[in-house]
Design a protein around this ligand. Sequence first.
Ligand SMILES: Cc1cc2nc3c(=O)[nH]c(=O)nc-3n(C[C@H](O)[C@H](O)[C@H](O)COP(=O)(O)OP(=O)(O)OC[C@H]3O[C@@H](n4cnc5c(N)ncnc54)[C@H](O)[C@@H]3O)c2cc1C
Length: 591
Amino acid sequence: MSASRVIVEERRAAVSALVVGTGAAGLRAAIELQERGVQVLCVGKRRCDDAHTVLAAGGINAALGTMDPEDSWEQHAADTLREGYWLADPVSVELLCREAPAAIDDLVRWGARLAREEDGRLTQRFFGAHRFRRTCFAGDYTGREIQRTLVARAAEVGVAIRDDIYVTRLLVHDGRVFGAYGFDVDDGSRWLIVADAIVLAAGGHTRIWRRSSSRRDENTGDAMRLAAEAGCRLRDMELVQFHPTGMVYPEESAGTLVTEAVRGEGGILRNAAGERFMERYDPERLELSSRDRVALANYTEIAEGRGTAHGGVLLDVSHLDRDLILSRLPRMYRQFVDLAMLDITTTPMEVAPTAHYSMGGIRVEAETHATDVEGLYAVGECATGVHGANRLGGNSLAECLVFGRIAGAEAARWSASLDVQARDRAAIVAAREEVDQLLARRGDEFARPLQRAVRDLMSECGGVVRSEDGLRQGLARLDEVATRAHDMEVRPDIAGYDDLAHAFDLHGSLLAARATLECALERRETRGAHNRVDFPDQDFGLQVNLVWAGGGTVTREPIPQPSSVRGAELGAELPRRALRAERDQLADPSE
Ligand SMILES: Cc1cc2nc3c(=O)[nH]c(=O)nc-3n(C[C@H](O)[C@H](O)[C@H](O)COP(=O)(O)OP(=O)(O)OC[C@H]3O[C@@H](n4cnc5c(N)ncnc54)[C@H](O)[C@@H]3O)c2cc1C
């Protein structure tokens, strides 16, 4: 029996393309659609000038060679593939690295104020595990500057944006998307949006760990749930990047990111005994080692009792020039003054690993970012393919821009190719009833405590270091939370429909957590960010992607072969060629 209707008003819109997400990926896709003359609506669940992308600090990668002329897109691709432990899709990586310079050109043309040398060249800084300086930046406010630029460009070309719509379901008929359902987060009125094509750019799932570099209510796994319930498969959900340096103190700020740029500018890690411990973990690259290694090193130092009283290690920039810190790391300076009353120019920061980035996500075709559902594309942090088992810092913003443009172009092509669009009344009714039922339900459980229960179990059972026992325990605890969620009561109030949003956030988190734990169980090896104490070595047989389709099944998929002629020419050769060049250079003592 269907629940009684609570909200009567339902607004309707029909557009050629709908973009879900107003972060860098969504806005870039929307701009492309608009520029191609496609009528587009871009929606988000929080203010678009404050989308999660604004948190991005350190920079965006492109092999421009402004500082190191010997850099090339091939070298960028080789770094990305190698540091991703060969789980990334070679064609995606090729596209990312070839197209990133054009993405920077777009940004600059649209007014982005990126750092420059005195002679006008764009400044590029080192980021961990990159062979050359290829990270462009705007102080340590790069994401904010990119978001500002994209919001301004979207307005300039006339993209329609509604950043108060929570999408609860994608509407699908016969394997083809035809729209989305949602509600207004302020007044609760419903939205039925019919669209030929949808670009899903709704972010990742790293807020489901206790210590996370995301803010509350973002990265709750919405995109993964929306896609999976629409009929898409997810891939490599176990591959979650724990950034080595999140704040540990004060408790309410725990997890807040300390950008990699701090190490890029010369920050040194020490344990409580004052030892520069990276000399033991990666004597060559030290603090500029890859994120997975630095995260595991920090974790190990703390777990083995060499951490600080607050449970962290020390990150020190006090040996650097004060003016350099203030000009290159202004946000970090402010962050520590504001949150911890600490002057980083004189006193070391306390840091520990924090859940940071979803490297797995919605399974997409490498060249088009099409999903398993016709007309539905996924892009940005919610999609997978570029980062393998370890994302290089600075590659995500580049991914959002490069594939945002590509997904926008593909969605435009799909919309133009449609002769008819079939809608399905039953799908609309089901979406409507889902919201009705949540609002009508009475019980003694609430979304916030249940979200906390998910975060606790993910931190204790699916964190930096994992084991079969722990993961199974995590799944059992997740079942309990899912059962409790059946008694969840949702009470919108005069301040708006946040409570309803939290309930849907929880549903996203439950699905994303299950997919993560189930994939983590299947990856019986240690590779990149995925550390299994019971399988401490890398297993060549597991150099595959893990595909999750719900129902407890995880299947193995070979790393995709290059799918185009161009890809076939370059994709297979690229890593070998660039790595050979790299080895040769390393052997040259004059370097
Ligand atoms: C602290 C921090 C620093 C970082 N620094 C860097 C860096 O220096 N370089 C780099 O390359 N990367 C960095 N990253 C990663 C990078 O910022 C993100 O991966 C990237 O911004 C993701 O962009 P996106 O467009 O995919 O998603 P987001 O920016 O997360 O946007 C998601 C959008 O989806 C909307 N949404 C979500 N769910 C729904 C729903 N149900 N209904 C409607 N709308 C919804 C949201 O409102 C939002 O508009 C950093 C990340 C963090 C957390």
